[in-house]
Write a protein that binds this ligand. Sequence first.
Ligand code: CTP
Ligand code: MG
Length: 229
Amino acid sequence: MAQNVTAIVLAAGKGSRMNSEIPKQYLSLLGKPVLFYSLQAFEESNVNEIILVTGSGEQEYCKREIVDKYQLRKVRHIVEGGAERYHSVYQGLLAAKAEYVLIHDGARPLVSPAVINKAIDTVKETGACVVGMPVKDTIQMVDAEGNIKSTPERKYLWMAQTPQCFLYSLALSSYNKAIDSKDDTITDDAMVVQRYGNAQITMVEGGYENIKVTTPEDIAVAECFLKMR
Ligand code: CTP
Ligand code: MG
């Protein structure tokens, strides 16, 4: 029996670090919105359907200007997110009906269908995986005053990107607990599933181009990668 794989694409953030009037997921990259590229990668991958999570009052805009305009046929639902990223993930999970979920930042427009498909294959084997890359810089642990406290060994440090992929039942049960505990320290999904689901999570090598558009200079970097395609 075919197993349903659903992507939850998050676009309900405010983008405060971008310092832009327009939320960063709607900013233009070579004439098309950031969010379009993220959705298109999933459209062209082996996922069965997509749930788009947007900000309050942005559903109609997303449907008209992105989903309908670019004929993204796999987008099944457009739901409203919440105050923090993990609230938005939870809304996406509640709208999903799937064996496996892939949670993706709408602000990562450079993810490729090949990386998504590799992540799908891995999650079907292991039940939980995260796309990431080894860090290039040495990372220092500092205290509140900015003094260096320790240097974790670089070979054990990876940047967690997205998609982050889980058995649906594992993701939902972990998120139910995280939501109940009102845990404000959550910044990604692997954290939730490790902390509240006690699961082993595999790292899948993605690519260095899979950046999260976060600060203004990232727009130029993303356009540069798009032009290289
Ligand atoms: N996100 C979301 N709901 C939130 C917060 C974030 O769906 N309440 C989404 C963002 O739209 C983005 C992804 O989660 O696609 C990664 O978050 P981040 O890069 O932190 O985006 P923002 O929170 O929008 O940016 P900032 O933290 O600079 O305000
Ligand atoms: Mg944020």
